[in-house]
Design a protein around this ligand. Sequence first.
Ligand code: NAD
Length: 775
Amino acid sequence: MSGPASVKKVCVIGAGTMGAGIAAQVANAGIPVLLLDIVRDPDDRNAVAAGAVAKMLKTDPAPFMSKAAAKLVETGNIEDDLAKIADCDWIVEAIVERLDLKHGLYEKIEAHRRPDAAVSSNTSTIPLGQLIEGRSEGFRSHFLITHFFNPPRYMRLLEIVTGAESDTALVERIADFADRTLGKSVVRAKDTPGFIANRIGTFWIQAALNAAFDLGITVEQADAIAGKPMGVPKTGVFGLVDLVGIDLMPYLQKSLTSTLPADDPYQAIARPAPLIDRMIADGYTGRKGKGGFYRLNRDAGKRKEAIDLSTGDYRPAIKAPSVSGAAGKGDLAALIALPGDAGAYAWAILGATLSYAASLVPEIADDIVGVDTAMKLGYNWKFGPFELIDKIGAAKVAERLAAEGRPVPALLTLAGDRSFYRVENGKRQYLGLDGDYHDVVRPEGVLLLEDIKLSSQPLIKNGSAALWDIGDGVVAFEFTGKMNALDGDVMALIGKAIPLVQEKYKALVVYNEGSNFSAGANLGLALFALNIAAWGEIEKLVAGGQEAYKALKYAPFPVVSAPSGMALGGGCEILLNSDAVQAHAESYIGLVECGVGLIPGWGGCGEMLDRWRQNPALPKGPMPSVAKVFETVSTATVAKSAAEAKEYGFLRPSDGITMNRVRLLSDAKAKALALVEGYAPPAPPEFRLPGAGGKVALELAVEGFQARGLATSYDGVVSGALADVLSGGEKDLIDIVSEADLLALERKAFMQLVRDPRTQARVEQMLVTGKPLRN
Ligand code: NAD
């Protein structure tokens, strides 16, 4: 054994885009990190690294998950502080992409690192063999490439590349740390140019740009075809290039053309693009520059414009017709069969990119699963290349390539008329290079509803929710409605789930695999009810939700909620009513009802009060906690990470945080099982609240905001209703306010607001534009 048992301290050298972001993610995981860069200013020797941290604290989306995380980063410089790397278990090099500089740095690292410490490079293009030239045997066996994607907090992919001399146990430990602690999904890549994701991704971008130029279609048309219909983010390709920086294109092209063999298909499609060169020379490098293929023309009232690919001039943006029918909804066979430019463009991209990907296994990865994972997590594709081939049919792709006189990759021939993936006996399997199917094996501690669904049926379900047996006596409650919106059906299924779990199971986990846990109540439904003045229906939904959530809270078994992505409004209140939460680190939690002119109506007010009054950091007495909840809820605050959600009281200090998305269900299940023995539901809380006097104080604060233009006149009405609930309504300090009293106050305030046309206008605007109306 030649590596540290676990990683307790990390050093990142190079505090640029990647190094700073990697250091932040290490700190997000609660691990101390030393961030070093060169000395640029002799009077302020740590300025580069310290400046990078300061800049990150102002960056949006934030690299840090909390201010506390930022404090775990110690900054320094490579002249004065290299000796400190002796304390570090893992040293990550993320300096400029120059072999000579990397060599020089490794020599210095070698002099200071502990013999058991791992050293890795974040290089995108330099082969491992060249990086370790001239180093000792010990250094070489402790060296690997860890290729993070930008931005390191948000991109889930980590490609790990090892050499023949790499110490396997050490590599396993770093991979495990990256997975569990840093939350990255690790894909093992071979030591080839561009590794997996950039090799295929760069080819795909180039193919898409070329085809748009060749067919003479507009950038809007191109992105409408290459985006959503292919399961690619809706930026498509031109929008993506604007986002990452147009100046990166020639750089990537040069790097790959100079390192790939002459007969690599990329060489044939990499061609000069005078328009792109001109754009870069003129400072049109994309969103970070003066504009890109798209821009907002500030001189023309922020008009959206796009580049005319034939003239290179900007023109007003057009709305390209979206691809309709099955072809627009993921039926790729229909997409490539479309007549005219749409089908031709789709096939130009897919035919080239998918056959290229198929030709690269096993050159770049041992199997197709790694390739698909890399493209999904590194480029945010919904489906990997082999999953895309399956959507068309491997045989059909091969047939069309052959008919066009193009080479058919051996892997496509091997597949024949079979698919690359199949489900056999409830297990997902992939086609191996041996021509046989093999189970897709999940790492230990990874449990996915997606897999459970292959081998079982829901215990019960309706149109908005389903209940699944996830083993060991635990049941998962899944929201299944459009965007996981909450409605009467969700509440009804909670009602049915409780006796079922009580009778046959031990615990319940509220979990789903949507990109957002739930953005709250179904506003569309609410607006419909509003428009027909179905007040009784609305009141029923409010009361029904309160009842369902409290039934969960007082159920005779543990309930653990496990959010990832947005958990807003009613999606947050279900967390507040759970015994415990196991949250994905990337959870965005908040009570946002005031934004649409409402207040939390499913028990959120009382639960938040209960949490804050137990917070030892607040002064004694009822007012501090009331003021805290008022401040958070009246401003519709959303925590931008699970760590931040703890600061706002949406999560308890004891709630768990899972860094890796795919480990969330397993962690939540373990947390629920740990609560089973001796479980007793909580006792209903009783409050002493400040009453009318407290309400006046809160309203005064809002008037102050209004005077400074920070709150609108209707904000005053909405927060007045909230203040009424939080201060206990008619009750006074000497009275006891029960949980039921607070729920009744919530209902009353909610119903009063919902009848106000100004609330209705807010709801309507939110539904139509997704942005709040400030009336
Ligand atoms: P960058 O230019 O933003 O930052 C490089 C940093 O390294 C600078 O702060 C510079 O001062 C510092 N530096 C230069 N020489 C040094 C030395 N001898 N010792 C210490 N510090 C030194 O670069 P980046 O984009 O962060 O890229 C860093 C590495 O990550 C490169 O190897 C790059 O190929 C790779 N990479 C970049 C991306 C990306 O999207 N930018 C993605 C994956 C990998």
